[in-house]
Design a protein around this ligand. Sequence first.
Ligand code: ADP
Ligand code: MG
Length: 361
Amino acid sequence: MASVLQIVDLTKTYGSVAAVDHINLSIAADQYVSLLGPSGAGKTTFLRLIAGFEEPDAGEIVLGGQRINNMPAHRRGIGFVFQNFALFPHLTVEDNVAYGPLNRDGGRAERSAVAKRVRDMIRLVGLGGLEDRSVHQISGGQRQRVALARTLITEPRLVLLDEPLGALDANLRESMRAELRAIRERLGVTFLHVTGSETEALAMGDTVIVLDGGRVAQIGVPGTVYDCPATPNVARFLNRYNLFRGTLAGDVFMAGAGRFPVDGAIRIGGDTAKLDPAYAIRYDRVDVRSTQAIETPEEIAIEGAFVASEYTGATIVSFFALDDGALFEVEAHLSHRTPPHYTEKQRYGLVWKPQDAIVFS
Ligand code: ADP
Ligand code: MG
């Protein structure tokens, strides 16, 4: 697959903080790429370096085969959509979108020449019929689409989006996810979308990049990142795994909550990459049973006291307090099971199969 963007050893430090720390990666053309990481991971700095709003300390930024390190931001052919997109408040939807093309190259473009492109773009982002509305007469989600249209009409080679859905409410965020993917597909341009939400990153990305402390922790298709997180931190950001710290003693992982045989588990790290030892079991791979009928010889079990459950649409997540105080989460997909009913403070067996666990070492 052709690569649109190559990043070679890119580094940016602020004082003693390496915000972007020797990043190397290549992004294929015509893809939706999610960039996931906790707050402070360097996501915004990374985008700002690519866009040309910040200068790297070292490294290369190559766009479409051309090194663009020293190219001014406005000449890079890169679009940027922020969370707090600033539209011109006194202009209509149409005039906001037309502003760039009309004022490019010293404002020589004819209004009639850009009018069709502006109308097509407004339709493409789903705002047909709202051309003459002032931008404060439309909703937050619609304003976000105006910001997107205003960027896309410049025909960028790459669009950078920095938590663009962060300011929207939950319902709108969900529908905008599908919209953004559809718009991108129609245009065939690459989107690099920064998000702090693991759900968003996994749902939207053809590829997911996980940043941790200014470094790339993992790059892969969502399924691989989800099933095989490369480090304990990636597993933690995904917010789908119970993570135990401890030590590996031969074939047994010794955690505060128990001793887990690791035979059959997925092993990550090992001899190639030394990781802090951790044991991970996905929320939805755990069975809850009474303490009388705990486990078969092929299973691993611990005990926890039920705290509370939380419905999240198609699933229910139940929280159990372990004896060392840690919280353990179990997710049940409601389509497969009847909703579980647990009694508060009662102890339950939390049971899983060794082959469903991941051991980092
Ligand atoms: P993210 O977008 O993932 O939350 P940022 O790129 O904003 O992360 O920040 C990464 C790190 O760099 C943080 O420790 C942050 O405090 C620091 N940082 C970012 N921008 C600046 C700046 N202009 N001056 C000093 N430190 C900065
Ligand atoms: Mg940021």
